[in-house]
Design a protein. Structure first.
Length: 170
């Protein structure tokens, strides 16, 4: 008789653990996917991206004026990007419909040239409104990327794991 009671307790504990695991996994998926859906919608919002580009363009222009920067001062531009947790691509119109672009991502700068068609594809938000003038008079279009937003994906993932852990141990 005692052996049957112990077996029943084991089955109940196993069932409770399985139910907790299923609920925890569901919670994890719900929070993670809900958060990612929200962020995807935010990033796709033209008003949001336009406003962010406008704000960052003004901040960057202020920095360029304060420091008297030239487009070639890649180290200083990288420093500004790290300080503001952003990445920037600067498009400079050259002759024959070509654009040279200076891409500052993470800790490195890349300088390349693209034709006008590639420029139009890659610079959806790099309108003339977001232009920056350097100390030598060079005027470029600016397109900013927000590392801070992309970090929120990690926050939602961590929150979902935390919630899953709580539900599992309840």
């Amino acid at each position: 008789m005692r052996k049957i009671g112990f077996s029943r307790l084991r089955v109940e504990l196993l069932f409770a653990a399985l139910v907790s695991l299923v609920v925890a996994y569901g919670c994890h998926i719900l929070i993670k996917e809900g958060g990612n859906y929200y962020l995807d919608g935010l990033i796709a919002s033209e008003e949001y991206m336009y406003g962010k580009n406008e704000k960052m363009s003004l901040l960057f222009q202020e920095y360029v004026e304060d420091q008297g920067l030239l487009l070639e001062n890649t180290g200083d531009i990288l420093h500004w990007c790290r300080e503001n947790k952003t990445s920037v691509t600067l498009y400079n119109e050259t002759t024959q419909g070509l654009y040279s672009y200076y891409s500052f991502l993470g800790s490195q700068a890349q300088i390349s040239t693209v034709d006008e068609m590639a420029f139009e594809v890659t610079s959806e938000y790099a309108t003339g409104d977001f232009s920056v003038r350097f100390a030598d008079g060079t005027k470029v279009r600016a397109l900013f990327y927000y590392d801070r937003i992309y970090n929120y994906y990690n926050y939602f993932y961590t929150a979902s794991l935390f919630a899953a852990g709580i539900f599992f141990f309840l």
